[in-house]
Design a protein around this ligand. Structure first.
Ligand SMILES: *Cc1c(COP(=O)(O)O)cnc(C)c1O
Length: 373
């Protein structure tokens, strides 16, 4: 059969999960419609309690999106104008954007080639008297080196906010990501490991004051309606999203397990092709993405070739955040690893119930493509 006649393999297929939970999701939808309560309310409270239990955190605070979870966490941690926050350049724009949007300055520190995460050994040199926090990202679902990050933070009295948008359910030395630093910010964007049916996000923290402030900020800076205390946001979680997420939450570990099995399969399929650099197996990794590096190939040509064969791939991310026009006034940021990896990475199709034959087709196409380009 010619490549173009074969079924397309998207980069992500959410339909198996939705099909499996169809009746439960519909029941939750109808329950909310009949309740007449569409923003916050008992579904959100129940979801927050269930997530707090799952993560092992004292407070879980539902918000409008992962981006808002970052912004509100930063503000609740006391970060604002004049402050510097050390972060990774190799992430989705929201990571750095949230720092800028609270009036602080992102200070970019390069990443480790093997993990794609911030290199903890480079953090200390970037600390100034303005530094208030470190914002690591558990990119692709792989936990960042939290022991080393917390050690530098504690030594210098810095806050740590974990960007867990891609790491829901990932564990570092057995502990949930997002519960190791002072706060964790999660996203329920539909493609994330725990995805809603629209936007959604959550903040985890054990700190009562941070939790209090975050709860105020998400509701226009008020504890009591019409008695606004600070300038906040309209960033509440919808009842509908909470109700649907409550259906999915009990399945998240099984889904993540499916991703790990898929990643292990890819590892064996590429084991004999050294020009495809594999992410490898790391404890606690939940493979939001299975991202390979193609250091000796024309990555963009390979992506086009796979596209022609009906195979979807993504480039997360084609440019270091500090090279974007909004940040290019920061020439001091020297990030050779991030800059190099931005030209090499390719994220392959992965989801929990993906067919073995899909991965075999992706792998044979990629192995063939790297021999040509
Ligand atoms: C998705 C994502 C965000 C933003 O989450 P939204 O819910 O889309 O606002 C932040 N950081 C990272 C690393 C992400 O992948």
């Amino acid at each position: 059969m010619s490549g173009t006649l074969e079924k397309k393999i998207p980069v992500l297929d959410l339909s198996p999960e939705i099909d499996e939970l169809w009746d439960e999701l519909n029941a939750a939808f109808q329950r909310v419609m009949k309740s007449g309560q569409f923003i916050m309310g008992p579904e959100v409270i129940a979801f927050e309690n269930e997530v707090a239990d799952y993560l092992g955190t004292k407070h879980a605070i539902g918000v409008n999106s992962g981006t808002d979870a970052l912004v509100i966490s930063l503000r609740a941690l006391g970060i604002g104008p004049g402050d510097e926050v050390i972060t990774t350049p190799f992430s989705f724009f929201a990571t750095a954007e949230s720092i800028s949007n609270v009036g602080a300055k992102p200070v970019f520190v390069d990443i480790e080639e093997a993990s794609f995460n911030i290199d903890p050994t480079l953090i200390e040199a970037a600390i100034t008297e303005r530094t208030k926090a470190i914002l690591p990202v558990h990119l692709y679902g792989r936990p960042a080196e939290m022991d080393a990050i917390m050690a530098v933070a504690n030594e210098h009295g810095l806050k740590v906010l974990e960007d867990c948008a891609q790491s829901f359910g990932a564990r570092y030395h057995g502990q949930q990501t997002g519960t190791i630093g002072h706060a964790g910010a999660y996203s329920f964007f539909p493609s994330k490991n725990l995805g809603a049916f629209g936007d959604g996000g959550l903040i985890a923290t054990d700190d009562d004051e941070v939790a209090d402030m975050a709860r105020m900020l998400r509701a226009h800076g008020s504890k009591k309606k019409y008695h606004n205390e600070v300038l906040g946001y309209n960033s509440r979680l919808d009842s509908l999203q909470a109700a649907l997420l409550r259906v999915k939450l009990p399945h998240v570990d099984i889904r993540n397990r499916g991703r790990i099995v898929a990643a292990q399969h890819y590892e064996t399929l590429f084991a004999r092709t050294p020009s495809i650099v594999r992410p490898g197996a790391t404890a606690g990794h939940v493979y939001h993405q299975y991202t390979v590096r193609l250091p000796d190939s024309d990555r963009n040509a390979i992506q086009r070739r796979l596209e022609e064969q009906g195979i979807g791939t993504m480039i997360y991310y084609p440019v270091s955040q500090n090279r974007l026009p909004v940040y290019d006034h920061q020439p001091a940021a020297i990030t050779p690893v991030s800059d190099t990896l931005a030209n090499q990475v390719l994220s392959l199709p992965i989801w929990a119930a993906q067919a073995v034959s899909d991965r075999e087709r992706v792998a044979s196409s990629l192995v063939e493509a790297v021999s040509h380009y």
